[in-house]
Design a protein around this ligand. Structure first.
Ligand SMILES: Nc1ncnc2c1ncn2[C@@H]1O[C@H](COP(=O)(O)OP(=O)(O)OP(=O)(O)O)[C@@H](O)[C@H]1O
Ligand SMILES: [Mg+2]
Length: 452
């Protein structure tokens, strides 16, 4: 949608024009009998993604989603679906487009009480004029997808809330449209049932690859389901990003407060909190190089990589010194995987604690190809718990993941210890500081200092 506005009230056009010319100053509307429900929405939903629109009650979510299928016409702006501007379509063409491309799932299921579950599931197909047999077959197939084929002949009132919502989902699936709009579809459900239905949606989505716009005011649901999330406030979209982006880099105080309560250890992954390892050496570079890097970085272990930057393990100061004495030529034989445990970059922070507790040196983070992409010192992990970053004012004043998790030099006492030369074998205060390029014996293009 481009430059999309919806203003309710008798002077809507006038108000939209004022808003367009007032550069975000809503106070210019003072006196007009209008509600600006959606103001200047611009975004693109990608094919096959779950795009979540999140915001408090009254922020304009339903108004927005209703403009996506033409149930509401915008006061200004365009909505394109597959290149067709639906705001220009005649009613008949719009109905056809809806039938063929878009289904909607509502909060209160909107099931018809006197029709069977099967007939409810096939309702859109009936409207579309499909013959009965074909309709039944498709409806049954959709019910099977949501695990309700056994209840096909029941009436809605014989079902639980979760089951009813599944019928709503099946009805949308039976229609076979590529696009699904879901407005607070799970909000009426109990938390546990809600989780189940969310899981089901995610499972179905992995198979079907629909394009889904999902509206919720529940942050955890948004984080769980959304490939990307748009945060709405008072009609405006104030941020669009992945769950991780929104958590680590909220665009303003409002978003920061919105996400303050979320369990970020489940959302944040290793790649979001990892830091650049201080000392990395190539396995062929020999114990002397390792010893030098250890000295210069004042750390207790260097991270050793092999061919293609694949992570092999660490070499400790003791092992390096011994190897120099023994006249060894490379590090192969003294590399250990005990000293630093390994996690993948996609591992949620919550699942890194065990590795961190058992690992004397900062946990090594590898990508799917086994390449070393970063390290996570224990202090970083603890900071990521969120206790150190609930100061949202601070987060917006100094945006960026490193500050967000509270590991800047001034807030990290252990770093000062490391810099003073007491390279603690516990790993605390190890390679967390800025890395001077010259101490990285084997600078790797893949070692980005910035968390992803
Ligand atoms: N038909 C209407 N006429 C006038 N004002 C409306 C109408 N529909 C919605 N509004 C107003 O527009 C604003 C946005 O409403 P909308 O229903 O889009 O919010 P929402 O984000 O979906 O809220 P909720 O989470 O409660 O469903 C609100 O201030 C609402 O009062
Ligand atoms: Mg709503």
């Amino acid at each position: 949608m481009k430059s999309l506005y919806k203003v309710y009230g008798s002077r809507a056009d006038k108000a939209a024009e004022i808003l367009r010319n007032s550069a975000g100053r809503d106070d210019k509307l003072a006196g007009l009998p209008v509600t600006a429900a959606v103001v200047d929405a611009n975004f693109e939903v990608r094919r096959g993604e779950i795009f979540v629109v999140m915001g408090l009650s009254g922020s304009g979510k339903s108004t927005l989603i209703r403009m996506l299928n033409g149930l509401l016409s915008p006061t200004h702006g365009t909505v394109e679906i597959d290149g067709v501007d639906i705001t220009k379509l005649k009613p008949a063409a719009l109905r056809k487009l809806r039938r063929e491309k878009i289904s909607m799932v509502f909060q209160h299921f909107a099931l018809q009480p006197h029709r069977s579950v099967l007939d409810n599931a096939g309702y859109a197909l009936e409207i579309a004029g499909l013959p009965r047999a074909e309709r039944r077959e498709k409806a049954l197939q959709a019910l099977r997808m949501v695990g309700l084929d056994g209840s096909a002949d029941k009436l809605p009132q014989e079902l639980s809330g979760g089951m009813r919502q599944r019928v709503g989902l099946a009805r949308a699936l039976a229609a076979g449209t590529d696009i699904m709009l879901m407005d607070e579809a799970f909000s009426a459900l109990d938390p546990l049932i809600r989780r189940e239905v969310q899981d089901q949606l995610l499972g179905l989505q992995a198979e079907l690859g629909k394009t889904i716009v999902f509206i919720t005011h529940d942050l955890n649901e948004a984080m769980r389901l959304g490939d990307r999330i748009a945060v709405m406030r008072a009609g405006r979209i104030v941020q669009i990003g992945t769950a991780e982006e929104i958590l680590t880099d909220p665009s303003n105080d409002y978003v920061a407060q919105f996400v303050a309560d979320v369990d970020r250890t489940r959302i944040l992954t290793a790649s979001a909190v990892m830091e650049r390892p201080l000392g990395v050496v190539d396995v062929n570079s020999g114990p002397r190089v390792a010893a030098r890097v250890l000295r210069e970085t004042q750390t207790s272990a260097v991270y050793v990589t092999g061919r293609d930057k694949r992570y092999l393990g660490t070499v400790t100061a003791d092992a390096a010194t011994q190897a120099v004495r023994d006249g060894r030529k490379n590090l192969q034989e003294i590399v250990s995987t005990e000293y630093a445990h390994t996690v993948e970059d996609t591992t949620p922070v919550a699942d890194i604690f065990a590795a961190s507790a058992q690992s004397p040196a900062p946990v090594a983070v590898v990508d799917s190809a086994g390449r070393l992409v970063g390290v996570i010192p224990r202090v970083t992990l603890l900071s990521a718990l969120g206790n150190l970053s609930t100061d949202t004012a601070g987060a917006t004043a100094t945006p960026g993941p490193a500050d967000e998790v509270g590991t800047s030099p001034t807030t990290d006492p252990t770093r000062a210890v490391g810099a003073a030369g007491t390279a603690a074998p516990t790993g605390n205060g190890d390679p967390t500081a800025e890395v001077p390029a010259q101490v990285v014996a084997e600078p790797s293009a893949r070692l980005t200092g910035e968390p992803a």
